[in-house]
Write a protein that binds this ligand. Structure first.
Ligand code: R1P
Ligand code: URA
Length: 234
């Protein structure tokens, strides 16, 4: 038990999928896992452990933003022994060739600051995905016929960004999309010798202003979940 997770040791699997939305965790666990068991609901942050093709998996919400993800990922890694952490999130597209519902595999996650800033100080550390997970996820996405993009994303501290000049630079430098957690996940994985990847589904487009409703962001991103599971156990 930790301040934020009520699960007993042993109730959390070594492989953890982390959506921002706790209700996406519930949907994904009920849709893709065999015998999912609720292992956390402290503060309404839902976590479930079950099996996928015989492999133990936990699907646990991270909440929105890096400070929230950092609490859960730290506790999952240091208190429960999580070793493979895959974010399954939504993202806003930042390139014309990236469409709604496309999948983005985040090779790197550029950021302005994360909860790790206090440790890294003046270092511009380069948060990056685990290569084994990334290459397996790319193969899984290809086999499914998903429209998939691999490259850099931006992990933002704000959803309502008021810096159009910043977005211009991100677009200009090829950033595929924006979300709010991956950079801290990658940094924590590097610090603790874990594997991490962010598999994202495009829910809205910053250039065209198309957007999916909240209900679809909660429970329609099945390809992303399967890609994450296949990469974890490739
Ligand atoms: O859909 P999730 O996984 O929450 O991810 C994205 O959605 C939230 C913002 O609406 C942020 O958490 C962002 O990273
Ligand atoms: O963080 C996010 C997630 C989805 N769409 C955005 O524009 N930002």
């Amino acid at each position: 038990m930790t301040p934020h997770i009520r699960a007993e040791k042993g109730q959390i699997a070594e492989t953890v999928l982390m959506p921002g939305d706790p209700l996406r965790a519930k949907w994904a666990a009920e849709t893709f896992l065999d015998a999912p068991e609720l292992v956390n609901d402290v503060r309404g942050m839902l976590g479930f452990t079950g099996t996928w093709r015989g492999n133990r998996v936990t699907i646990h919400g991270s909440g929105m933003g890096m400070p929230s993800l950092s609490i859960y990922a730290n506790e999952l890694i240091t208190q429960y022994g999580a070793r493979t952490l895959i974010r399954i999130g939504s993202a806003g597209a930042m390139q014309e060739n990236v469409g709604i519902r496309d999948v983005i595999l985040a090779m790197t996650a550029t950021t302005m600051s994360t909860p790790s800033r206090g440790i890294l100080r003046e270092l511009n550390f380069a948060p990056c995905a685990d290569w084994g997970l990334l290459s397996a996820a790319h193969a899984a996405a290809g086999a499914k016929g998903s429209r998939v993009h691999v490259g850099g994303i931006y992990s933002s501290d704000v959803f309502y960004d008021e810096r159009p000049d910043l977005n211009e630079q991100l677009v200009r430098h090829g950033i595929l999309g924006v979300e709010m957690e991956a950079a801290e996940l990658y940094i924590l994985a590097a610090r603790h010798g874990c594997r991490a990847l962010a598999v994202l589904t495009v829910s809205d487009h910053l250039l065209t202003h198309e957007a999916l409703p909240a209900s679809e962001r909660q429970s329609s991103f099945g390809d992303m979940v399967e890609i994450a599971l296949e990469s974890a156990f490739a």
